[in-house]
Design a protein around this ligand. Structure first.
Ligand code: HEC
Length: 410
């Protein structure tokens, strides 16, 4: 295993574990908040109680403020799950997109920028993004949240578009994800945690807590709540080349993000107003609706097939396919790749023998003819005619022998 792959696996695994802990915690607390039961018997400082059954016993939980001066010796915080998710995510981003000769970050067919420039832009976008967002919400958002919300959404969508014009498709998605993750982490450490500190200090000092900090924290945790589902989609988006490498990839991402945030919205409001039983079923429909919106956006836009394939007029012999694969694909997809960046066959895909080509025929067709995101960044400069020939061979049954009546009986 190469060093790069080793780091990839370590950070990816850790990132997934930390991410599950962070998102899991935050969803559980959101759920608790929504389901608290308020009753007249509870104390003045109580915000509600809840009983749960899990792991063989009952949990009796109360959400409340404390009497001035009253502070338990042991307090559990929930902030390191967030930090470790962010830190491992950044490491993974560096390993996959900045190292490897920035091969995954830069796609010359999108924008031919220098590696160092691309990495610098990518890093600066995170800092600048946080400064603009945090400034906007401190200066405008605390008095005028509607305006700040609209401006934030417009800016986020504009950055998605800008990333899609600068970086490779998959990198544009990930850059958006890292930006969102950075904003969320900034929210936790610069707004939510300080507000919790203030709550503790105020309780200890027997004084009122500064309302500005708690309003700010509340706003930011709502943002984090809505950003979760879009971010989770981006985390898995690399599996969907039809989305990431589509010329309208930015539009697809925006539609899916709207759908994802929409699902979260209907989960958030599910118990608001009216009988619980009624509300329970009522939230599902619009939530599914938003899911359907996201999937429809994904499917409809990716159907708009990009040009770049010239259909072959006649049948194509396997020997010709082998020739194309040998010049355009084998530099990477071989047991011993000759590519300067990919030292081991990417995704474990090999095209050294006819049998290996045949068994991957459907994927070859998908990646090289339909999605046109192989060869990787078209590094080996396949032509539209050659894509057409691969397509014709596949549609004719992906046979290993010569086509047409002249072919020998099998
Ligand atoms: C410059 C290196 C490079 C070249 C040349 C290249 N690939 Fe790839 N290929 C990759 C990388 C990197 C991955 C893994 C990332 C991904 O799936 O996008 C990959 C993955 C794949 C996969 C497996 C993933 C899947 O979707 O099943 C297939 C199939 C594939 N390539 C087909 C091709 C074909 C066909 C060609 C030639 C027309 C080709 N590749 C040329 C780098 C290359």
């Amino acid at each position: 295993m190469h060093l790069n792959e080793l780091f990839d696996v370590i950070f990816r695994w850790a990132h997934l574990i930390a991410g599950i802990m962070w998102v899991g915690n935050s969803m559980l607390f959101n759920w608790l908040d929504r389901n608290l039961e308020k009753s007249a018997e509870l104390s003045r400082l109580s915000q509600g109680k809840i009983f749960m059954v899990h792991s063989g016993a009952f949990y009796d939980v109360e959400k409340k403020l404390l009497e001035p001066g009253e502070m338990p010796a042991m307090m559990h915080w929930f902030k390191w799950q967030n930090f470790s998710t962010w830190a491992t995510g950044i490491c993974l981003f560096v390993v996959v997109y900045y190292l490897n000769g920035a091969g995954f970050l830069v796609d010359p067919s999108v924008h031919d920028i220098d590696k160092t420039v691309a990495v610098t832009l990518s890093i600066s976008a995170l800092f600048v993004g946080w400064l603009i967002y945090d400034g906007l919400w401190r200066i405008v958002g605390e008095n005028n949240p509607r305006v700040a919300t609209v401006v934030s959404i417009v800016l986020l969508f504009a950055s998605i578009f800008a990333f899609s014009q600068l970086f490779s498709g998959r990198a544009a998605y990930m850059q958006t994800g890292v930006l969102i993750g950075t904003l969320m982490t900034g929210n936790v450490w610069m707004c939510i945690v300080p507000s919790q500190h203030e709550l503790i200090n105020a309780t200890k000092a027997k004084r009122e807590q500064d309302p500005r900090l708690s309003i700010r924290a509340k706003q930011r945790s709502i943002h984090n709540n809505y950003l979760t589902f879009p971010l989770l989609f981006i985390m898995v988006s690399n599996h969907f080349g039809s989305a990431t490498s589509h010329p309208l990839n930015w539009l697809i991402l925006i539609l899916v993000m709207i759908g994802g945030a929409g699902i979260r919205h209907f989960m958030n409001i599910r118990y608001r107003g009216g009988g619980r039983e009624l509300a329970k079923a009522a939230w599902l429909l619009p939530a599914f609706g938003m899911g359907a919106f996201a999937i429809a956006g994904l499917m409809v836009v990716s159907r708009i097939v990009p040009k770049g394939v010239v259909d072959s007029t006649g049948p194509v012999a396997f020997s010709r396919v082998q020739e194309i694969v040998a010049t355009r694909c084998i530099t990477c997809h071989s047991a011993q790749p000759s590519d300067d960046v990919f030292r081991s066959p990417p995704a474990g895909v090999l095209f050294d023998t006819p049998a290996q080509i045949k068994v991957m025929a459907a994927r070859i067709h998908l990646r090289a003819v339909e999605q046109q995101n192989m060869p990787f960044n078209n590094k080996t400069q396949i032509t539209p005619e050659e894509r057409g020939e691969l397509g014709r061979w596949y549609r004719d049954g992906a046979k290993l022998d010569a086509p047409g009546p002249a072919s020998a009986p099998r």
